[in-house]
Write a protein that binds this ligand. Structure first.
Ligand code: AN7
Length: 364
């Protein structure tokens, strides 16, 4: 009988990109149908930006609702191939949700270290549902990652944070898909930056496709940190990062040097947006484009609005008028219901009565 995993839609990253990934004959073809995410065009935001084309890469459409699945499927498959019994990660939430799901799928144990009290509820719910062993570390993400690294050095447990090179390999496939969908690389890629693995991975993917002559150019990478958690922008690590975008509340990114290299080699930049700008973009995307993402994802759209308001973006050789832009929408809004509900906490109650509902709707 044909198995579900044999159908094209469920092929996943390992199978689809096996020639460009560290896949051997021994690598289990693990998949939850990750990758192949939609690249949707902007309907309304594009008018504010004034560029030629604007697209959103909806990485929230992956199986656990974030981009992490692309790299996690490779990291967990390689851990299984190496006969690991368990995987371990530190996480602001999405990495742990993804690790927990792929470990469950592979029959491995998952251990998760999260910063105490700072993980969005939906992400924690995912790790709980998949049966991960979760520990809330009395410290921040950076503390948790430092401990996770030590544990994996001392014990036979595979670390599946993005310091694991298989994670970056898997995540680069998103760049391949963008090139394949557009027929070439975009001019600019806007992306949120936390631990800085994703910007590193996109650069690798774009360079690889350029070298393989599947793209005629490479994009400039424009990364965005939250102002209260912007170590790369400031040029030094932070002990106490703060932002509403808990996913990118990181003071000492693991892929710092690789991200700076990606920034510089691409002729791009890494800048900061405030929490107010992030939340404004978060609402705009949901209300004007129908895209409900989490705050960290909205950081790159906040960054695009800021970038587009600069004089050089409006006029002259750097003008956005002829540019094709892609924003990477990294995670789903449902992961963080508390932030969404903070906008409108009170839903009015109405009697179960036609006239009462008409009156409440202003139709009476
Ligand atoms: C939605 O899950 O670091 O710069 O532990 O969840 O590659 O770290 C999440 C990061 C952007 C930043 N958007 O990506 C974790 C974690 C969302 C994220 C980022 C994260 P990186």
């Amino acid at each position: 009988m044909e198995r579900l995993t044999d159908k094209p839609a469920a092929r996943g990253v390992l199978d689809r990109y096996r020639d460009r990934l560290p896949v051997t004959n021994e690598t289990p073809m693990l998949s939850l149908g990750e990758g192949g995410t939609p690249l949707v065009s902007s309907r309304r935001l594009i008018e504010r930006i004034g560029c030629k084309d604007l697209y959103f890469k909806l990485e929230m459409c992956n199986p656990t609702s974030s981009f992490k699945d692309r790299g996690m499927v490779v990291a967990v498959a390689k851990a299984a191939e190496a006969d690991a019994r368990a995987v371990l990660c530190a996480s602001t939430g999405n990495t742990s949700a993804s690790a927990a799901a792929y470990a469950a799928r592979s029959g491995l144990d998952a251990f998760v270290l999260v910063p105490h009290g700072r993980v969005a509820k939906g992400k924690l719910a995912q790790a709980v549902a998949h049966g991960a062993r979760i520990f809330a570390i009395r410290g921040n993400f950076d503390d948790a990652l430092a401990i996770a690294r030590r544990v994996s050095e001392k014990h036979p447990i595979a670390l599946v944070n993005s310091v694991n090179p298989h994670r970056i390999e898997g995540q680069k496939t998103a760049a391949f898909e963008i090139v394949d969908d557009l027929g070439d690389a975009p001019d600019l890629l806007f992306i949120p930056v936390g631990n800085a693995g994703n910007i590193t991975a996109y650069w690798r993917g774009f360079v690889e496709y350029f070298q393989a002559e599947r793209a005629s150019q490479k994009p400039r990478l424009i990364g965005w940190q939250a102002a209260g958690a912007a170590p790369i922008v400031r040029g030094e690590p932070l002990d106490d990062p703060q932002t509403v975008a808990t996913a990118i509340r990181i003071g000492n990114p693991a892929s710092w040097e690789a991200a700076v290299a990606a920034r510089d080699e691409s002729g791009g930049e890494i800048s900061a947006v405030t929490d107010e700008e992030i939340l404004a973009a978060y609402r705009l995307l949901a209300e004007e484009e129908g895209i409900f993402c989490e705050p960290a994802s909205a950081a790159c759209v906040a960054g695009l609005l800021k970038y587009a308001a600069r004089p050089e973006a409006l006029e002259g050789p750097e003008s956005l008028r002829d540019q094709t832009i892609v924003c990477v929408i990294t995670g789903h809004g449902l992961k963080d219901p508390e932030t969404a509900l903070a906008i409108e906490a009170e839903v009015p109650e109405v009697d179960a009565d036609l006239a009462a509902v008409e009156s409440a709707m202003g139709l009476a």
